[in-house]
Structures are given as structure tokens and as C-alpha cells.
Ligand binder design. Structure first.
Ligand SMILES: O=P(O)(O)OC[C@H]1O[C@H](O[C@H]2O[C@H](CO)[C@@H](O)[C@H](O)[C@H]2O)[C@H](O)[C@@H](O)[C@@H]1O
Length: 314
């Protein structure tokens, strides 16, 4: 390389090399956000230095998918699956852990047709169901007998509550493949008040039939006991033999997974807890190492991790 000292005499100044400007429609580069806690920084640093020992696990609704009024219309946020497809091949494994039936999450996320997701596991119904990308098959326990009884009694309970009446009641009920039943109040006239008014009657109904109520974002879900995202996540992490985990969630059902990571950290695992932030739920933000701006922020984080790992190991 030349220097001013050995430039040819009387030569014209070299014009600056033209910098190629990014195309006007290019996506801005992802910026890797910094966790607010020491544990989170350790977790992220371990992920970046040893991705082959790291697993990531993500919730679906509110984390990979925007919240929408009709649960059937939820889809993985644009860019989410592509970012996962770039990131997951560099990691030990990845999982989506969701309250949805596993096959529904696979369909809404289009996880089965996405390149790079060969090592994805989807744990549905809070971990009771399992779908593997390698086999594309689902393992599920038999339906709890209480679900059929609840299906029969539910219209009467909703009608008696005065919250939902007549044919509109059907827009509130999500039947979840006959293995759980979710009652949504997002489309009620006053969603929060409907949620509060239904809480007691639905808890009593669930208890009569040996089920539990899982509260979520304007949803009360009646489901079998004995499994939660914490149990599902801890079992899956042990199975993978991972030393580091990143977990991201947005709702109350994700608190069990947060607790599992906190316990595993006390036993020597490194981990980062990410909250997909919203105004509807604040409990996770208080315990997270990193709060991002909903599913948009989650996509940014996944993209930034993929970019960084690609830059470090082209
Ligand atoms: O564990 P997740 O993947 O977060 O699933 C939990 C529940 O999420 C779904 O409901 C939520 O998303 C809907 C679509 O955006 C929204 O309409 C609803 O208000 C939210 O609560 C899903 O429909 C439930 O079955 C899941 O249990």
C-alpha cells in the first residue's frame, strides 16, 4: 500500500474510492441488545462463544407472533422464521414451547417448510405434546376425560356469566384439538372486565373436572394439570446436554420457564431470559435479563445473533 511519503511526484491526488451505498430498500442491520443483568450478559457471551453448546427456546404467541384478535389468524412475524433458519444451524438445538397444540404452532409458524430448522422441536400444550422436525410426527398423551365434560357445560357457564350470550359465544371458545379449551375475552366489549368476571366460574368448572386454569393475555385456558413450560424446558435442556440456554416469552405461562432457567443457573448452567415486552403483561419484564419490544424486538434479537455468529464463523 502506498503512503504519502512514497507517492509519485506531481501525481494527481487519488480520488476517494467510491463507497457502495446500501440499496434504498435494504433492511437495516440488526443491533445486538445488551442484557441489563450480569447473569444475562454471561448467558449471551456464552451463547456467542460456544453456540454449539447452546439451545434457544421460544414461546409462540406474543413472542414469535404478534397478538391478534382471532387466534386462528396469528402467524409468525415476518422475518422470524428466516432469522431462526440462519441462527439454529449454528446452535445445538432450538425449541418452540407453546400453549398451542404442537401441530397448530407448526402450521401457524410454517416451521415445517422453513430451511435451517431441521433440529427444531415444538413442545405444544405447555409441553404435553411434542413435534420433531426430523420425523414430522407428534407425540401426545390421550385427551383428559374432563375436557369433553367441560365442552358440554361451558356454553351454560358462559351464558350464566352474562359476559357472552348467543352465537357470539363461539368467537370466545378455542377448542384446541380436544385436549384443552381456551376462553378468549379479547373480542368482548370490555375485555378485561369479561376476563375478571369469568375467572371464578371457569376455575370452579375446571376444578369439578380435574383440570386447571392457565391465565394468559385475555385468555383463560382450561387444561390438564401435571405439565408446564418449566418442566418441559428443563427436561428438554437436559436431553440436549446444553450448557447455555436463551429463553424468550411474553406471558404468564412463560414464568414457569423463567423459574426453570433461574434454577438451572443456580446449578451452573448459563442462560439469558428475554421478555417480549407488552403493555398487557409486566411480570416477565421484572424478571428478565433483557426486554425487547414485542415480536419485532425478538426478530431483531434473533437476526442480530445470527449476524454475529455468521461474522465470527463465516
Ligand atoms: O404459549 P403461547 O404460544 O404464548 O400460547 C398461549 C396462548 O396464546 C394464544 O392466545 C394469545 O394469542 C392470540 C392470538 O394472537 C390472542 O388472540 C389471545 O388474546 C392471546 O391470549 C392461543 O390462542 C392460546 O390457545 C394459547 O394458549
Amino acid at each position: 500500500m502506498g503512503s504519502p511519503g512514497n507517492a509519485a511526484p506531481n501525481s494527481e491526488p487519488t480520488p476517494p474510492t467510491p463507497q457502495s451505498a446500501p440499496p434504498a430498500d435494504a433492511a437495516p442491520p440488526h443491533v445486538l441488545p445488551a442484557p441489563a443483568t450480569e447473569a444475562g450478559r454471561e448467558g449471551l457471551s456464552a451463547l456467542l462463544s460456544h453456540p454449539e453448546r447452546t439451545v434457544i427456546a421460544l414461546d409462540f404467541d406474543g413472542t414469535l407472533a404478534d397478538i391478534v384478535p382471532d387466534p386462528e389468524k396469528a402467524r409468525a412475524r415476518p422475518g422470524a422464521v428466516a432469522a431462526l433458519g440462519r441462527l439454529v444451524p449454528r446452535l445445538r438445538a432450538a425449541a418452540v414451547i407453546t400453549g398451542r397444540p404442537a401441530t397448530v404452532a407448526v402450521r401457524l409458524g410454517a416451521f415445517d417448510s422453513a430451511p435451517g430448522l431441521d433440529r427444531l422441536t415444538v413442545l405444544g400444550h405447555y409441553g404435553a405434546e411434542r413435534w420433531e422436525a426430523t420425523t414430522r410426527t407428534v407425540h401426545a398423551p390421550p385427551p383428559h376425560p374432563g375436557i369433553a365434560a367441560i365442552q358440554a357445560e361451558l356454553p351454560g357457564v358462559l351464558d350464566a356469566s352474562g359476559v357472552w350470550r348467543g352465537t357470539w359465544v363461539e368467537t370466545a371458545i378455542e377448542r384446541k384439538g380436544g385436549r384443552a379449551i381456551a376462553i378468549h375475552t379479547r373480542r368482548a366489549t370490555d375485555p378485561q372486565s369479561a376476563f375478571e368476571r369469568l375467572r371464578g366460574p371457569l376455575a370452579a368448572l375446571a376444578e369439578r373436572h380435574g383440570l386447571i386454569v392457565e391465565p394468559g393475555r385475555l385468555v383463560l385456558e382450561l387444561r390438564p394439570p401435571g405439565m408446564d413450560k418449566g418442566v418441559a424446558l428443563a427436561d428438554w435442556i437436559h436431553e440436549t446436554g446444553a450448557a447455555t440456554v436463551l429463553y424468550a416469552g411474553d406471558d404468564l405461562g412463560d414464568l414457569a420457564a423463567f423459574a426453570a432457567v433461574e434454577k438451572l443457573r443456580s446449578e451452573g448452567l448459563t442462560g439469558t431470559l428475554v421478555c417480549s415486552g407488552s403493555k398487557e403483561v409486566t411480570e416477565l419484564a421484572e424478571r428478565a435479563d433483557l426486554v425487547v419490544d414485542g415480536p419485532t424486538g425478538v426478530v431483531g434479537l434473533l437476526g442480530a445473533l445470527a449476524d454475529r455468529l455468521a461474522a465470527d464463523n463465516p
